[in-house]
Structures are given as structure tokens and as C-alpha cells.
Design a protein around this ligand. Structure first.
Ligand SMILES: Nc1ncnc2c1ncn2[C@@H]1O[C@H](COP(=O)(O)OP(=O)(O)OP(=O)(O)O)[C@@H](O)[C@H]1O
Ligand SMILES: [Mg+2]
Length: 144
């Protein structure tokens, strides 16, 4: 895992987007990012800014499809586990194939809800709510 671990404080939405834009310069095909943390802490905001930096302006949280696919300067898969009730739903949409596609970069919101489906090696990005406009964002290497 090439991206160094970090811990930063973001004081506003724009700073979170800046951090995402900076990270997007370092992402590589095959990378998996598991985003965890509080409701409304900024996970979607972060991913939307990464998607924007590969050249795609309009993105949203995956709803019925459970996964959004973006093809810009890179290919990004955006999952959101929040609405998933059981792990079988992930098998049904072909999660295994998505996650093992080495030509894409994956971002998973609410990854902590189904830890058993996560691969052996990934980046964890934890979002913590400090106050109304302040967030702590921590990137860690996870190797199981
Ligand atoms: N420093 C900050 N960084 C990111 N978002 C911030 C910050 N300060 C305030 N906000 C606001 O917090 C909200 C973050 O919402 P967002 O949808 O990105 O969170 P989320 O982690 O995806 O939530 P959910 O768990 O519901 O999916 C936005 O309304 C944004 O404007
Ligand atoms: Mg979200």
C-alpha cells in the first residue's frame, strides 16, 4: 500500500473536498478504500470530490443499484452498505466480481457494516464528527 497513513482535521466541507482531491492524485487501479464513521460526517462528500477529480461532475450516493460506476480518467466503483440488510444482497449484485476487478478503484461507504466481505488488504478512511463544521479524517492501512 503506497499511500501513507495520515490524520487530518477538516474545518469545513471545502477542506474535506481538498483532502479528497489530494488523495485522488495518489489512487491507483486495484486500490480499495473502506469509509467508516458517523452519519453525516462527510463520506459521500469525500467520494464525490474524488469522482469529480477523475472528470465527472455529477455523482450521488448509490441507492437502488447499491453501486455506482464512474468512468473518467480512472474507473471508480462507489458502494454504500448503509441500506443493505444482509450480505447475500451483496453477492446478488456481483460484489465479488466488482471487488476483484483490478482495473478499478473502489470506495465503500459504511464498510464496517459487513466486515466479513472486505478483502484482506485495504485502506480505511475514518470520518469522525468533531462539531458542526469540523471533522477528523484518518487514513490507515488494514491488513488481515
Ligand atoms: N468539515 C466538513 N467536511 C465534510 N462535510 C461537512 C463538513 N462540515 C460540514 N459538513 C456537512 O456535513 C454533511 C456531510 O454529509 P455527507 O453526505 O457527505 O456525509 P456521509 O458521511 O456520507 O453521511 P451518511 O452516513 O448519511 O452517508 C454535508 O451536509 C456537509 O455540508
Ligand atoms: Mg453518505
Amino acid at each position: 500500500m503506497k499511500i501513507p497513513e495520515f490524520e487530518i482535521f477538516s474545518n469545513c466541507e471545502a477542506e474535506t473536498k481538498e483532502a479528497a482531491a489530494k488523495l485522488s492524485e495518489e489512487i491507483e487501479e486495484g486500490d480499495i478504500f473502506a469509509l467508516t464513521g458517523d452519519l453525516g460526517a462527510g463520506k459521500t462528500t469525500f467520494i464525490k470530490a474524488v469522482v469529480k477529480s477523475i472528470g465527472i461532475d455529477d455523482s450521488n450516493s448509490p441507492s437502488f443499484a447499491l453501486v455506482n460506476v464512474y468512468r473518467g480518467r480512472k474507473k471508480i466503483y462507489h458502494f454504500d452498505f448503509y441500506r443493505i440488510n444482509k450480505v447475500e444482497e451483496l453477492y446478488d449484485i456481483g460484489f465479488d466480481e466488482y471487488i476483484s476487478d483490478e482495473s478499478s478503484v473502489k470506495f465503500i461507504e459504511w464498510a464496517e457494516l459487513f466486515p466479513e466481505i472486505l478483502p484482506g488488504q485495504y485502506y480505511q478512511i475514518k470520518f469522525e464528527y468533531v462539531n458542526n463544521s469540523k471533522r477528523k479524517i484518518t487514513l490507515k492501512h488494514v491488513q488481515n
